[in-house]
Design a protein around this ligand. Structure first.
Ligand SMILES: [Zn+2]
Length: 263
């Protein structure tokens, strides 16, 4: 039987199957596959090229740590430049970003001033050749895309008969979600690793609801295949004023570097 790549939805020529982990390897520190007390999500068939598209998965765990820091007032300072108020600076305490290396800072487009002297970077000309960036957006979109892909992989491998030909995903991220007891709300679920869990429920109209937790970041995903506005409205009611983001695409590959739309 020809296998279908869950990332692009197209058949994979015999002998060219590449297997992709449903839960990113970066999230799993224990030895895989099977350990008592933990769930093992396994692998899904994909094209090697499609699998490689998600290079940003390497940054998924870092993206979550960064999001956590960006929501923690002890971790960052937001200031306007003293001499040029048009420049706003967000300074992050690197203690809140354990394990971040030069490549990680570059990926999230930080300007590392730890080895620069203050006189240099306190001068507005230091920023004249620097691109204006938004690390919150980059970190959030990277994390949403990686978690949405993993949630979709779990749906495809465990619940759906076919790889959908159209994806519509609404994401509601929550930071510090550790306080919310999802087990109590949706029933106990075995973790993939300490602190890494996904709760999957089918809704009455056959849309799917997936709550994904990793690194104390919780993301509520509505796999909104129906496009029925009443469903998204009823889910929105639970979250009040939380930000909601939308992904729409024919293939999960489009999640790579996707600009999630606020809805
Ligand atoms: Zn593919």
């Amino acid at each position: 039987m020809t296998e279908i790549c869950y990332l692009c939805g197209k058949p994979i020529p015999t002998g060219e199957v590449s297997y992709d982990h449903a839960v990113p390897k970066q999230f799993i520190k224990r030895s895989q596959p099977k350990v008592k007390g933990f769930d093992y999500a396994g692998v899904l068939p994909s094209h090697g090229a499609c699998n490689n598209e998600f290079g940003s998965e390497l940054y998924s765990q870092k993206a979550l740590i960064l999001i956590k820091a960006l929501y923690d007032e002890d971790c960052f300072l937001k200031r306007q430049h003293r001499d040029n108020p048009a420049i706003s600076i967000m300074a992050l305490n690197s203690d809140c970003l354990p394990g971040f290396n030069k490549r990680d800072f570059e990926f999230f487009k930080f300007i590392d001033v730890r080895n620069e002297n203050y006189g240099d970077w306190s001068n507005p000309t230091f920023f004249s050749d620097k691109k204006k960036t938004n690390p919150i957006k980059d970190a959030l979109y990277t994390a949403l895309s990686v978690l949405a892909k993993s949630a979709a992989a779990l749906l495809v491998s465990r619940h759906l008969d076919d790889v959908p030909s159209f994806w519509r995903i609404v994401a509601v991220p929550y930071v510090g979600g550790g306080k919310v007891d999802i087990d109590k709300l949706l029933g106990d679920t075995k973790p993939f690793d300490a602190g890494v869990k996904a709760w999957i429920r089918q809704m009455e109209n056959n849309d799917w609801f997936v709550v994904y937790k990793a690194e104390d970041v919780l993301v509520y995903f509505l796999f909104w295949f129906s496009g029925d506005k009443a469903v998204v409205d009823s889910v929105s009611k639970i979250f009040d004023d939380a930000d909601r983001f939308l992904f729409e695409g024919n293939q999960l590959n489009q999640l790579v570097k996707y600009e999630w739309q606020k809805v």
